[in-house]
Design a protein around this ligand. Structure first.
Ligand code: SF4
Length: 460
């Protein structure tokens, strides 16, 4: 017999417990278990007035944002709708069936106001990280670092060429990203290369042609612990190799300062294999660089490479295969010179008379009268990285580097953070911190919650 819906949606009274309607293996149960916001109110207390109308509960807003970043709900308007309709989301936000959900405009006010002034998202990230440490998911032996480009909320049509002088008007009347950009310009007073294009809506974003047609973007930099792929620090930066290396230095220093954790080895790709970066790892920090060396000294046109020349550490000179010397300076100068170039290198060259009659001239320097060999000031650190590169430990690190790449893939595909919604470097910073917090929470929930057999199937 065909059944018929009795139409009970007009009932006035219900016997209903939200707790019973959230599945035991729901991801949010795991996240809720590992999220401790008991001290949040105390942390934010000084940013709220003691008088006036009560504000929206900050814990509620943080819980809603965690839902948004954990489930790829990028729009605040949609997030409010989803929390309103979804029972599990209501349960996680500690909202009853009849409780009102905050308006989406409340979020932007708090995100750009109290939360930013108090650095709440960094506090939240660190609270979750400390829980990861307590659960034994951070070993501190090996860290990996990498950066990923995320599109900025800036249209290429609203931009001017980098060399064009822009009248930004009265800074007080400018938009928040423009004010931020002008303030950063005043502090940094940059004298580096002029960018090809500057966005008028988000001038701090970088114009990049990586991955196809050029667009405006920021970089999210991750420092992860290799034990369980937990993100131990995150930093927003502009899109260039120097900024990425600097971000890594900031993150390693910050983790050491806050948690007294310094890794034995740091794993990264060629972007981190510059001479200065290797010198920082080896000599400044005492960390093993499991990084391929950024090396242009090897030649593949059949002529002699730098490795064919022997270095004499005592005399500070090279010896060529014919037994002749290459020096940085062949004659004494009245005023001694360091011979150090802007790139922190020293150029060693042979004598003209030695090369002129040399039987290996065509093999060594066919197009120049003498052979020159460039040596970095940080060559000893580069040699350390070269030696590690040949070991089995490096091969293991190379495999483990995938963990950080997987986190970026997850960030873009599952958490849908392939384009930012907030503008300015501080907006990017907030979004990256929240996303990294969500990733750490999801990992703890999936790996440690015993009641979630199905959740392990979700790609992490
Ligand atoms: S060309 Fe000059 S540097 Fe090269 S092997 Fe001959 S003497 Fe040495």
């Amino acid at each position: 017999m065909m059944g018929c819906n009795s139409g009970g949606n007009n009932k006035l009274f219900y016997s209903f417990n939200l707790e019973d309607h959230v599945p035991q293996n729901h991801l949010l149960r795991g996240i809720d278990h590992y999220l401790d916001l008991s001290e949040l109110r105390q942390y934010l207390a000084e940013f709220y007035s003691h008088t006036g109308r009560p504000s929206i509960d900050p814990e509620l807003m943080i819980r809603m944002l965690i839902i948004g970043y954990s489930f790829g709900i990028r729009s605040e308007r949609r997030l409010c709708e989803e929390v309103h309709l979804n029972l599990a989301y209501r349960w996680f936000c500690r909202l009853g069936l009849e409780d009102a959900v905050p308006d989406h405009s409340t979020f932007s006010k708090n995100r750009h106001g109290r939360f930013r002034d108090s650095d709440t998202f960094r506090y939240l990230f660190e609270t979750v990280l400390q829980r990861c440490m307590k659960e034994g998911m951070v070993r501190g032996e090996g860290f990996a670092t990498d950066a990923s480009i995320i599109k900025a909320d800036a249209q290429r049509q609203h931009a001017v060429p980098g060399e064009e002088v822009v009248d930004w008007g009265n800074p007080k009347e400018a938009t928040r990203p423009v004010r931020e950009y002008l303030a950063a310009l005043e502090v940094a007073n940059p004298c580096g290369p002029i960018p090809k294009s500057i966005s008028l809506t988000d001038p701090s974003s970088s114009w990049t042609a990586a991955n196809g047609p050029a667009y405006f973007a920021y970089c999210t930099n991750y420092l992860i612990d290799l034990e369980a792929g937990i993100i131990v620090d995150v930093e927003a930066s502009s899109v260039n190799k120097t900024a990425e290396s600097n971000a890594t230095k900031i993150m390693v220093d910050r983790v050491e300062e806050k948690y007294d954790i310094k890794p034995t080895r740091l794993v990264g790709d060629t972007n981190y294999g510059t001479a200065t970066m290797l010198n920082w790892m080896v000599n400044d920090k005492g960390i093993e660089p499991h990084v391929p060396v950024w090396d242009k000294s090897e030649r593949n046109d059949g002529t002699l490479s730098r490795s064919d020349f022997q270095w004499n550490e005592v005399a500070k000179e090279y010896i060529c295969p014919e037994g002749n010397l290459l020096k940085s300076n062949w004659r004494p100068f009245v005023k001694p010179r360091s011979h150090i170039t802007k790139a922190d290198t020293v150029i060693y060259h042979a004598r003209k008379k030695d090369c002129f009659n040399c039987p290996m001239k065509l093999q060594c320097c066919p197009n120049t009268p003498v052979r020159k060999v460039v040596r970095s000031l940080y060559e000893p650190a580069r040699d350390v990285a070269r030696a590690i590169f040949k070991t089995e430990a490096y091969k293991q690190s190379f495999r483990e580097r995938k963990k950080v790449e997987m986190l970026f893939a997850h960030l873009k595909r599952i958490l849908k953070l392939d384009k930012l919604r907030l503008r300015g470097l501080s907006g990017a910073h907030d979004e990256f911190l929240l996303a990294a917090t969500a990733q750490n929470l999801r990992r703890m929930a999936m790996w440690l919650t015993p009641i979630a057999p199905k959740m392990n199937q979700i790609p992490s």
